[in-house]
Design a protein around this ligand. Sequence first.
Ligand code: DX5
Ligand code: ZN
Length: 247
Amino acid sequence: MSKVVTQRKVSCWPKVGPPIHPILAPSVLSADFSRLGSELRAIERAGCRWVHLDIMDNHFVPNLTFGPPVVKCLRKVSKRLFFDAHLMTENPTGLVEAFAAAGTQNLTFHVEASGDSTSELIELIHKHGLRAGISLKPKTPVAAIEPYLRQVDLVLVMTVEPGFGGQSIIPSCLNKVRTLRRYRESKRLKYVIEVDGGINLETIELAVTAGAEVLVAGSAVFGDRRVAENIAALTERMRIASGIPSL
Ligand code: DX5
Ligand code: ZN
């Protein structure tokens, strides 16, 4: 039986706009898996506060990555980075306890995988002291997550089909970001909006302008091994798009 834990102190949680203070969340999916620890240290040195951990099970998506034992090792390497786990798995409920124990701070699941137990799953994530995120694939409408928007801390809008890095953004998915932004304002809700997929120097401004507060980028950060330069360039584009003098 899972035990109740106190909410992990979160110092990296973005303020909900306006104005937007965007956060870059590098996805290690495009990192060198043989040296994940160094990759985390590199993004931390480059000023990042978040890291995005893509968990794939070869069922919900046709790809397979890593699980709680790897996350636990990474937690030892970086005490400061905010661990943002993106579960692209069936049966997310069965994974909550292990990811919480491994040091994850936000756990995002897919509404296409949570079915009838979505509300209970969000409660379970909160009971373990984590922030709870809900995600939707490109073809899933915002209406599918609307019943849960009062409960969640974060909404992850997929801007590519989940499963692989290096795909091109589907620009129409940004309409969901706009819808979620308007809905949040009209209902005075607090969830943070994150986008994931195809975010790079050419597209990051579009995503920030649409209203995203957390920008996931995998290949645009790790693709050419110039990690620090890529993070600096993406951060500068985010700053310009958000109209913030300095991030
Ligand atoms: C895709 C993952 C993404 C992926 C993004 O299913 O959820 O986080 O790493 O990769 P890029 O930024 O290369 O599109
Ligand atoms: Zn992801």
